[in-house]
Ligand binder design. Structure first.
Ligand code: RIB
Ligand code: CA
Length: 349
């Protein structure tokens, strides 16, 4: 796909890092965001819808339809992660209740309509459970050919899980959907494979208080020095409204990782997926046949890459295997910082 501005459709379970990915897309001149699908995952689907609408209004972004997805995964009961992302999904951040309405069609239909409207061009990004993408593929089996590119944040390849010892959250919440999505690229005739960014890749990219302070600087904002020693829930006093929300959201995420023994940091799984969707050169990928364990007592939700071709199947995914965190943060901070500063500048008039 050549340079310029691309139509982008993003499917999120907004959550803290999904929110960071959305703001990155809002601030990316090469992204023409044509729709947002709300998927149940980090929090329930109605909280995800509200977070998506509220972030659009916070950031002054209009004309981007938000659709409501399935309330539950394809087969499994819904599990959510308020301990990780906060009671409503945006950590300690509290946004004004949105005023805009959702679309009158659901998220699966929104995937199909966006792909049909931009045949061969649409860049799809999925950063939550794959429930609505799987439902969209059931409704439109030609979706792999209609999409110009698909980037999925999900799975863990030859790497431990973050939800079970072997399963990553997005796949663990809805393994059946992930299996259907990966299978859809077998014999699809698509001229591209989905780029799949698992924890093995995204856990190389960790936001820290120092990097968050660099982001505030890039936005021309004051920032709130953050550390594990702060009283829990200390509110951001950043002068820029977008930076304030991101700091309040990230503080909850930092505290969660700290309590998990991973340090006062937060892996930016979803912003990496958004950045790669707009510039695939940010990661190194390797093709492999991929499938998902559905029946294992201990391994349900595990993603397996058949690097040695034991299964005799053609590759159905490009698995992210290497990323330069510095290159990502340079891009992320430049775009989000400039966007937040421009927004504050506009609101000062
Ligand atoms: O495992 C990380 C993924 O699960 C991220 O997308 C995060 O937002 C959660 O959905
Ligand atoms: Ca997510």
């Amino acid at each position: 796909m050549s340079g310029g501005r691309h139509p982008v459709f993003v499917d999120v379970d907004t959550g803290v890092d999904d929110a960071m990915a959305l703001v990155y897309l809002f601030g990316s001149p090469d992204a023409d965001l044509v729709g947002i699908a709300s998927t149940a995952g980090n929090v329930g689907v109605d909280d995800v819808c509200r977070n998506n609408l509220a972030l659009l209004e916070l950031c002054g972004v209009t004309g981007v339809p938000v659709s409501r997805g399935s309330e539950t995964p394809l087969v499994a009961p819904l599990r959510t992660a308020e301990d990780t992302h906060g009671p409503q999904g945006l950590g300690y951040a509290r946004l004004p209740a949105p005023t805009a309405a959702l679309t009158d069609h659901d998220a699966a239909e929104a995937w199909v309509r966006a792909a049909r409207a931009h045949p061969g061009e649409l860049i799809g990004i999925a950063t939550g459970p794959l429930t609505n993408l799987a439902l969209a593929l059931r409704a439109e089996p030609a979706l792999p050919r209609l999409l110009g590119r698909l980037v999925i944040m999900g799975g863990a390849f030859d790497y431990r899980g973050n939800t079970t010892p072997v399963a990553e959250w997005n796949v663990s919440v809805d393994p059946e959907s992930a299996a259907e999505v990966f299978a859809a690229w077998h014999r699809s005739g698509a001229d591209h494979l989905p780029i799949v960014l698992g924890l093995n890749l995204t856990e190389n990219v960790a936001m820290t208080p120092q990097l968050l302070s660099r982001l505030a600087d890039a936005a021309g904002s004051t920032s709130t020095p953050m550390s594990a020693l702060d009283p829990r829930g200390t509110e951001s006093a950043a002068s820029n409204p977008v930076i304030r929300v991101l700091e309040d959201a990230m503080r909850f995420y930092f505290e969660f990782h700290f309590d998990q023994g991973e340090g006062y940091l937060a892996h930016l799984h979803d912003p990496v997926a958004a950045a790669v969707a707009l510039d695939t050169a940010l990661v190194q990928c390797r093709p492999a046949p991929v499938d998902v364990e559905l029946t294992g007592t201990l391994t349900r939700g595990m993603t397996i890459a058949d690097w040695s071709h034991r299964w005799g199947r053609e590759p159905n995914a490009l698995i992210g295997v290497d990323v330069d965190p510095d290159a990502f943060f340079d891009r992320f901070i430049a775009r989000v910082g400039a966007f937040a500063q421009q927004l504050a500048g506009v609101s000062r008039r």
